[in-house]
Design a protein around this ligand. Structure first.
Ligand code: ASC
Length: 150
């Protein structure tokens, strides 16, 4: 019994340690996954944008809900940029794999800024939300400029 438990532990540990690439059956699946997360993120970020730009009335509760989705989504795409996912239906630039450290820093910057966006939304202060929206948008843009082809 003890041996079986040990074997099962080893099996699952090995599974957890396999490369990010192995989390997706095919490169195509990884590309679809990261694009989906980024699309959902952009959609909810834009809803805050509509408020910030005065296109829809300011709604503190909706700002929090949207910011939380942005912050959650901001954690997801990166694991799907594994080796071998550079070709296909993607605008991802080769720089992602050439300068992995810079790409990682850009991904972390977005996660940090969207975390601050949640806090700003929770404060209910429009000015704070505007500032955090702008900083988060800056992180989106910086990464797109360097790592996404037009
Ligand atoms: C959005 C969205 C993005 C960013 C980016 C900011 O609303 O979908 O990708 O903002 O345009 O520059």
């Amino acid at each position: 019994m003890k041996k079986l438990i040990l074997m099962l532990c080893a099996f699952f540990a090995a599974g957890a340690m396999t490369s990010a690439h192995a989390q997706f059956a095919k490169a195509e699946d990884a590309i679809k996954y990261r694009k989906s997360a980024l699309t959902v993120m952009g959609t909810h970020f834009s809803r805050i944008g509509a408020m910030v730009q005065g296109k829809v009335p300011f709604d503190a509760k909706a700002a929090v809900e949207n910011a939380e989705i942005v912050a959650n989504m901001s954690k997801l795409p990166w694991v799907a940029f594994g080796e071998g996912t550079d070709a296909g239906d993607t605008k991802a630039k080769p720089e992602i794999w050439k300068d992995g450290a810079k790409f990682k820093a850009a991904a972390e910057k977005l996660q940090a800024e969207s975390g601050k966006l949640v806090l700003a939304a929770q404060s209910g202060k429009e000015d704070a939300i505007k500032a955090a929206f702008s900083a988060t948008g800056g992180a989106c843009k910086a990464c797109h400029d360097d790592f996404r082809s037009k």
